[in-house]
Design a protein around this ligand. Structure first.
Ligand SMILES: Nc1ncnc2c1ncn2[C@@H]1O[C@H](COP(=O)(O)OP(=O)(O)OP(=O)(O)O)[C@@H](O)[C@H]1O
Length: 484
């Protein structure tokens, strides 16, 4: 089999030569072009496993070539070489479709890693991981609605790039699952995927958790330890709830992402790390920037490409399919089916907690269902009015459709709830901020569960169908503390 061929586009003869020698040593063939015109001609004649272009060329900009290759030679990943410190150029190239970038002076270890990643993207390449091939068909993010198909198509495109992705979407819409899908389909599939909940790490420990520490760096540091960056080396690091990062940590994170190097706490040397960053938040990061809570430079660095996950209520078509898959998973394939009435009930429900809430509702329904089908009554759904301190009925936010809580005291938190059970499919008046409104509802429910269990978190989590970790995270996010 012929060696993969790489196209180098640079007008500096010295750099071209350095790249050619490096690739030759890696067992790769190369062609070189000093101008965009020469590159276009070569691309028309020959297919390449990778194109590597300088940003500034005598007859135009490398970014134009990036766009052309991304549009017309989709099998060829393209990377750019940017001037030292020109982060904006790198971000622009990634947005235009480059799969990665290198800064001048080119570090050969980074170059080799990048080329190896690019070669893994070529279908049939011996370097391509079996996992990535498998993942191409095996999306975990289910749904056949137009919106979910588009999300999956976007994920397939994003998997071919190193560009940082910012995933947005309400809680429970599948942001972590989407990040896992991007990773699983990428050239990094056989390396770790590390998801970090930024809101769940105490501020004092953050630097050590992210970058690791050396033995003796602080009391209790009995041995050297890697951080999340080292753990994700070669793979993907997902920063979940990234808006919760404190400002001092944002500075350190920006530096690590830009330099692709980290320094362990207590160490004097930096070590190179090769991680793809995916961030996620249910908050509006741009508003956090405006409010001075999130650094603009980090925002631009993370938000190179945005992937938005639609709320479940906007894709009711997916509910039947998702329900079937969830019930199958919960029962090992022996679950009763949804009755037509149960399905209609679910399709009319607003799902403030999205797919995670659907999972919880179905888990409870499975426990209640006695026949060979899950009936509407087994879902225990009913509309509930939120607690609206000081709001008049006219100005009060609308009653979200909340699941009936499994216990009296928890449901008390969302009462008064009109009887009989019924789902109102039409949308009531809209709140000024849906996120704040949902947060308030969630806060009330969690407080009620905690009150009932005298702040026993394990029991409260059980009552709400959450894991302890999920409950802790939500308490932190919603600023819920045990009363003194
Ligand atoms: N499209 C989907 N197909 C199948 N399962 C899904 C889908 N979307 C979400 N889920 C499931 O819903 C649950 C919540 O998903 P996930 O944790 O990815 O959401 P999230 O948006 O990251 O939530 P949060 O904002 O609360 O962290 C998981 O159990 C996940 O498997």
């Amino acid at each position: 089999m012929a060696a993969p061929r790489i196209l180098i586009i640079d007008d500096e003869a010295d750099l071209r030569e350095l790249l050619e020698i490096t690739f030759l040593k890696m067992g790769l063939d190369t062609d070189s072009a000093g101008t965009l015109a020469e590159a276009r001609e070569l691309l028309g004649r020959q297919s390449y496993a990778l194109a590597l272009t300088d940003m500034r060329l005598p007859d135009g900009q490398g970014i134009d070539l990036v766009r052309e290759i991304a549009a017309h030679y989709r099998g060829t990943p393209v990377a750019v070489i940017t001037a030292f410190g020109s982060t904006d150029n790198a971000v622009a190239a990634l947005k235009a479709g480059a799969f990665d970038y290198l800064s001048k002076p080119v570090a050969l270890d980074q170059l080799r890693t990048m080329v190896q990643s690019a070669l893994k993207l070529v279908p049939g390449s011996p370097l391509r991981s079996a996992k990535a091939d498998e993942a191409e068909t095996g999306f975990r993010l289910l749904g056949e609605s137009a919106a979910m198909r588009e999300v999956r198509a976007q994920i397939a495109r994003l998997a071919r790039s190193m560009a940082p992705v910012a995933i947005t979407g309400e809680s429970g819409t599948g942001k972590e699952l989407a990040a896992r899908d991007i990773h699983a389909q990428s050239a990094r599939a056989d390396k770790p995927f590390v998801a970090v909940n930024c809101g769940a790490i105490p501020e004092a420990l953050m630097e050590a958790e992210f970058f690791g520490y050396r033995k003796g760096a602080f009391t209790g540091a009995a041995e050297d330890r890697d951080g999340f960056f080292q753990a994700a080396n070669g793979g993907t690091l997902m920063l979940d709830e990234v808006a919760d990062l404190p400002l001092p940590m944002q500075v350190k994170l920006l530096r690590a992402i830009q330099e692709r190097r980290v320094r362990k706490v207590g160490s004097t040397v930096e070590e190179p790390v090769d991680v793809r960053i995916i961030s996620a938040t249910h908050q509006n990061l741009a508003s956090c920037v405006e409010a001075g809570k999130f650094r603009q430079d980090l925002y631009y660095r993370l938000n190179v490409i945005e992937l938005g996950l639609p709320p479940l209520r906007e894709r009711a078509d997916d509910i039947a399919l998702l329900s079937g898959a969830i019930l199958n998973r919960l029962s090992g394939g022996t679950a009763p089916a949804l009755s037509p009435a149960a399905r209609a009930t679910l399709e009319a429900y607003a799902f403030p907690g999205n797919v995670r809430e659907l999972e919880n509702i179905l888990e409870r329904a499975l426990a209640f269902a006695s026949g060979d089908a899950i009936g509407a009554e087994d879902l225990a759904l009913r509309p509930a009015a939120p607690r609206t301190q000081g709001a008049s009925p006219e100005t009060a936010p609308p009653a979200p459709l909340a699941p009936a809580a499994p216990t009296a005291s928890v449901s008390a938190a969302v009462s008064p709830a009109p009887e009989p059970p019924a789902i109102a499919p039409s949308a009531p008046t809209l709140p000024g901020s849906l996120i704040d409104h949902l947060d308030a509802v969630e806060r009330d429910i969690i407080r009620a569960a905690l009150d009932r269990t005298r702040y026993n978190r394990t029991q409260a989590a059980d009552l709400l169908g959450l894991t302890l970790r999920q409950l802790r995270y939500r308490m932190q996010r919603l600023d819920i503390h045990e009363p003194d």
